[in-house]
Design a binder for this molecule. Structure first.
Ligand code: PEP
Ligand code: MG
Length: 559
């Protein structure tokens, strides 16, 4: 077996782990619903064993040093570990030997079958090429071994992209004519970091990418050293680093990188994977099971923000010419009070046992904020009458993602417990540039001076009013922006769990006083390209970061 083939064996091993983990998560979910939380916990251990870096390293060594194929390497390593576990004095570890055995069998099944195809149209390890992609479709890919997504339309902050990022599926958007040029059976390499596609590449390119993939894995393993270290700058300024989650896999990922709680729980993904509106009890169970996977800390649950690029198949919305400016978020909930009330009841019931807060999306000003508060008050009264317990002092926050809310931040501060800046929408509305339009990819620019000035003002005002403010939009998950955001005054970021360690690394490589200096220079500039030059120049001059940067605006891509 050549070295390149050994690399391909590792690629197969990684795909088998992803597919097997998906199977386990699905089983865990079923067990949780039918048998309960304790029984479901067993699968947690198996997922951890399967994801263990040491298992991967051992399999890798066998593939490379002994030239074994992935099946033989897994078989060998699991046998050795089982013997070791079984011989230990500690009863807990002895019992884990049977979990290991199970993990081994599952991985071998996956490797033998090349993974269970999710459907005839999506074979294991495939790259999906499509003209458009909805978030609800991406939500169904959880646990399936789709290697990459190539989409003709779309932008970097569409919900399909956000979800793919959180599932760790590389995705390239804005690839014109992809469906015409790429055919079934073609060999495709998707380099989502560089924004490149290789169609039926030469053997040297395949070799190069097999090596790059291994390097990326090494980089990710190196970042793991940061898991238990605090998110502090070089001069000891602490940044709260919490996670954005939307599904159980995110919750597990957030816990594995010890996020400080959840700054944004997008509940719409819970609704998207259903074929009906989940009942209050179903929602309560979903939220509770997600909360139970999370690390200690507060979970900020955002009420349903469907509409625009997050439709629900079972809830057709009126056709609108401009859905991003239409009936979505709180507006849609106010128009459908039964949906709002059942969700608030589920969240409030959870607040009796878990530290949760409520976040209101797409608020446009004080009237909507007050109407939402009145709805929460009503639901609290109903629950109290029914003898249901809840936290009467549950914190209620407001997203700042409309220009009107940004303008009214001072007045809103008197009525909210905290703010969360939704830069994805805020940028689109400030710049009148559709976040999901491929035509707007270069116009939709978070480094526009108007955006930067608004962000600076939001932080200043919230600080003056003593109200906590965090940022949960995608710029928070891109290390290129980290120093600028710190310099602008953000002390709390909520980021994609898969990027959390990259962001922690960026924080730990930043000196707060330098960040302030960068923000000062950026604020003095009124040109987007000058600001980009400042930010990128600063990024490239920093000490080497073991992470391939996702630079803003160079192309439509993400990893
Ligand atoms: C945002 O707009 O930045 C945000 C976090 O909300 P979403 O991306 O879900 O619209
Ligand atoms: Mg938003």
């Amino acid at each position: 077996m050549s070295e390149a083939e050994a690399r391909m064996e590792m690629v197969r091993f990684d795909a088998a782990v992803v597919a097997a983990e998906g199977e386990l998560l699905a089983i865990q979910d079923r067990v949780r619903r039918t048998l309960g939380e304790d029984e479901a916990e067993v699968f947690e251990v198996q997922i951890l064993l399967m994801r263990d870096v040491e298992l991967r390293d051992a399999v890798r060594a066998l593939c490379f040093d002994k030239r074994m194929n992935a099946q033989a390497a897994v078989d060998e390593e699991i046998k050795q570990l089982s013997v070791l576990f079984a011989s230990l004095d500690d009863a807990y570890f002895r019992e884990r030997a049977s979990d290991l055995h199970d993990v081994g069998r599952r991985l071998l099944d996956q490797l033998a079958q090349g993974g269970q195809p999710i459907s005839p149209e999506l074979p294991d390890g495939c790259v999906v090429v499509t003209s458009d992609l909805l978030a609800s479709v991406v939500a169904q890919l959880e646990g399936r071994s789709v290697r990459a997504l190539i989409v003709e339309k779309g932008g970097l902050t569409t919900h399909a992209t956000i979800l793919a990022r959180s599932l760790g599926i590389p995705m390239l958007v804005h690839v014109p004519n992809a469906c015409e040029q790429i055919r079934n059976g073609d060999l495709v390499i998707v380099d989502a970091l560089a924004g490149r596609i290789f169609l039926n590449p030469e053997a040297e390119v395949v070799d190069k990418y097999a090596q790059l993939q291994v390097d990326l894995q090494v980089h990710r393993s190196a970042l793991k050293d940061l898991v238990d270290l605090p998110a502090i700058t070089l001069d000891d300024v602490a940044i709260k680093l919490s996670a954005n989650v939307g599904q159980t896999a995110d919750a597990v990922a957030a816990a594995s990188v010890t996020a400080e709680g959840v700054g944004l729980y997008r509940t719409e993904f819970v609704f998207m994977v259903q074929d009906h509106f989940p009942s209050e009890d179903e929602q309560y169970n979903f939220y509770r099971s997600t909360a139970e996977h999370l690390p200690p800390g507060e979970t900020v649950i955002r009420v349903l923000d469907v509409g625009s690029d997050k439709p629900l198949n079972y809830f057709p919305l009126p056709r609108e010419g401009n859905p991003a400016l239409g009936c979505r978020g709180m507006r849609l909930l106010f128009a459908n009070p039964t949906i709002l009330h059942s969700q608030l009841r589920a969240i409030l019931r959870l607040s009796a046992s878990h530290p949760v807060a409520i976040l209101l999306p797409m608020i446009d000003g004080l009237d909507e904020r007050r109407a939402a508060k009145a709805a929460i008050k009503q639901v609290k009264a109903d629950l109290a009458t029914a003898g249901q317990s809840f936290n009467p002092r549950i914190r209620i926050g407001t997203m700042i993602e409309t220009p009107s809310a940004a303008i009214l931040v001072r007045q809103l501060a008197d009525e909210v417990d905290f703010f969360s800046v939704g830069s994805n929408d805020l940028v689109q509305f400030l710049l009148a540039a559709d976040r999901i339009s491929e035509e707007m990819v270069s116009t939709y620019d978070p480094l526009h001076p108007a955006v930067i000035q608004v962000l600076a003002r939001l932080v200043r005002t919230a600080a003056r009013k003593g109200k906590p403010i965090s940022l949960c939009g995608e710029i928070g998950s891109d290390p290129v922006y980290t120093k600028l955001l710190i310099g602008l005054g953000f002390r709390s970021l909520s980021v994609s769990p898969g990027r959390l360690l990259d962001i922690k690394h960026a924080i730990r490589s930043t000196r707060w006083c330098d960040a302030e200096d960068l923000a000062r220079r950026v604020l003095q500039s009124s040109s987007t390209s000058d600001i980009r030059a400042l930010v990128l120049d600063d990024w490239h001059r920093r000490s080497p970061v073991p992470s391939p940067p996702v630079e803003p605006r160079t192309s439509a891509r993400h990893s």
